[in-house]
Every structure is written in C-alpha cells, then in structure tokens.
Ligand binder design. Structure first.
Ligand code: CP
Length: 303
C-alpha cells in the first residue's frame, strides 16, 4: 500500500477532516493510549518551534511511541553541509514517520518524495501548516458546534502567515463560509488564495480596519506579523503593530465568538483579552495534542 503524507491541507479530503475531528474528540476523552508502541517517530525542526514540536512530541508520548530528532539543525550533520535529501534518506532508515519544519517552501513535499515513510509538514516557510489547520478546525468545531456557516475573520499578516493559507483552503470545503480579511496592503491575502475562493463562488471581503464590523464574527483569527519572512527590517517596523485586539473592542461581539491565534503572540492581542471567556488561544494550543494524536494515528493506520 502506498504511504500517505500530510504536506498540504489538500492532501486530506473533507471526509478525512471529519475523521480527524472525531478521532481528536476520542483522544481528548482518552488521551493515554499505546497505539504507537514499538514505533519510532522523527521530529526534524530546521526552524524554531514551541507548540508544534512539543505538542507532536506529547502526542507521540501519549500514544506510546519513541522520539528521535533535533530542534536545532546546528546539532545535526546539516551544519557540516549534509543536504536535505541525504538527511531525509538517512532518517527514513530509522523512523516510521517523519515530522519536519523547514524554512523553505516546498521542502516538505520534496522530503515526502525522498522518504520511504510518511511525512508530516510541520510548516514550510510561508506556504502551509496543515496540522495547525486541523487543530484550528477542531477548535472551531468544539466552540461553534459546526464547521458550516462560519463567518471567519482573519487579521494581521495574511501574506506570510502560512496558517491562514491552510485554514482558508480547508474551511472552503464546508457550507457557506464567509471570509473577512483584515490586513494592510503590504500584508494582504495573496491573489492565488482570493482567486481560489472566487473560482469556488465563496464570499470574501477585504478590510483595512475591523472595529466597526467585528460584531459579525464567529471566529476572530489573529496572526503575528512574521518578522522572519521580511527581507527589509524597516518594512517590518512599519507594520509590526498594525492591529492590536483589546478587551474593550469585544464588548459588542457575539457571545459565542472565540478568538483564535496560532501563537506565538507578540503584541497583536493585548494581555487584557486573556481573561475574557471569548479568548480561546491557549485552549486551542492544548487541542493540538489531541489533533496531532489523530493525524499520526490516521497516517499510520493505527485505529
Ligand atoms: N503555532 C505554531 O506553529 O507555533 P510554534 O511556532 O511555536 O510551533
């Protein structure tokens, strides 16, 4: 049987999204399992991470598997000049599954072509972050009770923010989504994603501000301005604090609205929002463990 990877969110069908939602729910109810006993998973992080790496490693531990890998490529033979090709070829000799984050767009797809074992993209440059998307969807499903008819506000760096790109593509599979993109022109949603929505007849709106319209939102998805993707630091300085969500701005919002953020946060959500019941970003990060258990379980056919 051919191996299954998760490189782009479009590698999974709508049925698979729903299966991951259900498995996540089951793992949340019963987190300690031994489905991965006897298996080795490699986590290769060529870029910094807190949540993605640690929640994947927690998921592997909770499933009873073993972990190899690195969180800093300088501690691997990459620092001696070994290519990504040879690194992946070697690691697929050792592990049953590879989870990789890499700064180059397309690197995860390349790794999947080389590896003999399944590969999960844990973020490739500004391109995609599909496991984040599945945990975002699980968070939306848990808080809204549905994935259809969601009015989703995406705020901040919509150009370089890979999480919004993956989330947009996944949510477009459900009925009647409305996308509201809030970004300055320098960080606007790239045309290819807007064209994708237009071709599917899905509504989207672009805004420079959101104070006046925030009351329509079911989900407010805040994002960090991705400093590491800017070539010119002066350009980053111009936009770094472009939107800051403050508690007082939430006064007239729907009681059911929830604020999501893939994290890390810099300034884009004021800390005075943290104690508001509409703030969901820390629980969202916890959901990542259950969703990543579900993804691993699905790719390795463990259930
Ligand atoms: N959400 C996310 O990808 O966080 P990390 O960069 O800490 O993994």
């Amino acid at each position: 049987m051919s191996k299954k990877n998760l490189i782009s969110i479009t590698d999974f069908s709508k049925e698979e999204y729903l299966k991951i939602m259900e498995l996540s729910r089951q793992f949340e109810e019963h987190p300690n399992q031994s489905l991965l006993k006897g298996k080795v998973v490699a986590t290769l992080f060529f870029e910094p991470s807190t949540r993605t790496r640690l929640s994947f490693e927690t998921a592997i531990n909770r499933l009873g598997g073993k972990i190899i890998g690195f969180s800093d490529s300088n501690s691997s033979s990459v620092s001696k000049g070994e290519t990504l090709h040879d690194t992946i070829k070697m690691v697929s000799n050792y592990a049953d599954l590879i989870i990789m984050r890499h700064p180059l767009e397309g690197s995860a797809r390349y790794a999947a072509e080389i590896a003999d074992v399944p590969v999960i993209n844990a973020g490739d440059g500004a391109n995609q972050h599909p496991s984040q998307t599945l945990l975002d969807m699980y968070s939306i499903k848990k808080t809204q009770g549905r994935l259809d008819d969601i009015n989703l506000f995406m705020v901040g760096d919509l150009k370089y923010g890979r999480t919004v790109h993956s989330l947009l593509m996944a949510m477009s599979q459900f009925k009647n989504p409305i996308f509201n993109f809030v970004a300055p022109p320098e960080l606007a949603m790239p045309d290819e994603y807007k064209l994708f929505l237009t071709n599917q007849g899905i509504r989207y709106y672009e805004h420079l501000e959101f104070n006046e319209i925030i009351n329509q939102a079911d989900i407010i998805y805040m994002t960090r301005v991705q400093k590491e993707r800017f070539i010119d630091p002066v350009e980053y300085e111009k936009v770094k604090n472009v939107y800051i969500l403050k508690n007082e701005m939430l006064a007239g919002t729907k009681p059911t609205v929830r604020i999501l953020h893939p994290l890390p946060r810099i300034n884009e959500i004021h800390t005075n929002v943290d104690s508001n019941p509409k703030a969901y970003y820390f629980t969202q990060a916890r959901n990542g463990v259950y969703t990543r258990m579900a993804i691993i379980s699905h790719l390795l056919n463990l259930q």
